[in-house]
Design a protein around this ligand. Structure first.
Ligand code: FES
Length: 121
């Protein structure tokens, strides 16, 4: 297993990301609220740069009695990164596709030592 040095952890602010390369593989490293997550920058749909799109919370549809529709709201407990090619959304914590959890972006472990961030690939 390779240990890839990303840099100083504090160089990636919360809500930001870095795209690093390891050989011919690109990896997106996210800081979400002080936790680091790393995924291959390759969408399982058609190979788009999944880690380079928007970050947005999961959207919930609010339904009332008798299936009446009451609009949408954000689920602040689940953050998604969105592939810029066709909009597939992936759970920041798992890499799973929000619409079908059987699809996943490849994930990597991250490690923090003395303020330095590493990806284990
Ligand atoms: S390639 Fe990512 S959504 Fe299609």
């Amino acid at each position: 297993m390779a240990e890839i040095h990303v840099g100083r952890a504090d160089s990636i602010a919360s809500g930001e990301r870095a795209i690093i390369t390891h050989g011919d593989v690109e990896i997106g490293v996210f800081n979400w609220e002080g936790e680091f997550f790393a995924y291959r920058n390759h969408c399982p749909h058609q190979g788009g740069p999944a880690c380079e799109g928007l970050l947005m919370h999961r959207v919930l549809e609010v339904m009332g009695e008798h299936n009446t529709y009451h609009g949408m709201k954000w689920d602040k407990g689940e953050m998604h990164f969105v592939c810029p090619w066709h909009g597939w959304e992936f759970d920041m914590r798992t890499g799973e596709c929000a619409a079908d959890r059987t699809w996943k972006v490849r994930s990597y472990k991250t490690e923090l030592r003395d303020g330095e961030l590493y990806v284990l690939a």
